[in-house]
Ligand binder design. Structure first.
Ligand SMILES: C[S@@+](CC[C@H](N)C(=O)[O-])C[C@H]1O[C@@H](n2cnc3c(N)ncnc32)[C@H](O)[C@@H]1O
Length: 220
């Protein structure tokens, strides 16, 4: 899934992943993610997600990362904001109020561009990437963080013979394979999500079961 794939998805508005409100797992676990403190929170592969405005509303400073410019423009336009735009090495920073979005490839984001973050909300980011890219993404993400930083991760498991990604199937064993060396891993909750209204697109694609698992990772 290269940037051209995602650019085409945004151009044709095939953005079924976009949710009309903040993610339910984020609203349930935001306090665990930030420790109840006002934090700098990274939202990788952010799209125009309302998770960013939700986190900002809790007093956090949010840094999204998104490769498709149209998505970045859409986020600020939806909130009637005129962002400041500046070049920052290989990425560009768009900022307004408590939200900034780094427009560029997540793999081009450096600690210097990102600044210090103590929390990450990963919804539809890890699972948007194919297996070989996930194996690069996990260590890259952790390399941007200091010990003690937390990652709230939403992962999905489904029968891959019935549906092809993205989103890709990332079972608990893979979460451990990717993060166990660098992070303590806690499974916060899991539930069957196939009947949820927002998962209708997966039912249409043939899925019969989608196990949603929410992990809290703490960087060692
Ligand atoms: C499945 S969507 C999820 C968006 C958002 N997290 C949400 O919950 O609505 C994945 C997003 O990541 C962006 N993306 C894909 N690959 C990327 C990369 N390598 N670097 C930055 N953004 C990327 C896509 O353009 C798309 O908007």
């Amino acid at each position: 899934m290269d940037p051209a794939f995602w650019k085409a998805r945004w151009e044709s508005q095939q953005i079924g992943f976009h949710q009309s409100g903040p993610n339910e797992y984020l609203t349930r676990h935001a306090a665990r993610l930030t420790g109840g403190l006002e934090a700098r929170v990274l939202v990788p592969l952010c799209g125009k997600s309302l998770d960013m405005t939700y986190l900002e509303g809790l007093g956090n400073h949010v840094v999204g990362v998104e490769v498709v410019e149209q998505a970045v423009f859409a986020f600020f336009a939806d909130h009637r904001l005129a962002p400041k735009r500046e070049a920052l090495g290989k990425v560009e920073r768009f900022s307004a109020g408590g939200v900034e979005i780094l427009r560029g490839d997540i793999f081009d984001v450096t600690r210097a561009a990102l600044g210090p973050v103590t929390a990450v909300f990963d919804r539809a980011a890890l699972i948007a990437l194919p297996g070989a890219v996930r194996a690069k993404y996990a260590p890259h993400l952790v390399s941007l963080l200091d010990a003690g930083a937390r990652i709230l991760l939403v992962a999905l498991t489904y029968d891959e013979s019935r549906m092809k990604g993205p989103p890709f199937c990332v079972p608990e064993a893979e979460v451990h394979q990717l993060f166990a060396k660098s992070c303590a891993i806690e499974l916060l909750e899991e539930s069957e999500g196939i009947d949820k209204p927002e998962n209708e697109r997966f039912r249409t694609r043939g899925a019969r079961s989608i196990l949603e698992q929410v992990f809290l990772l703490t960087v060692r």
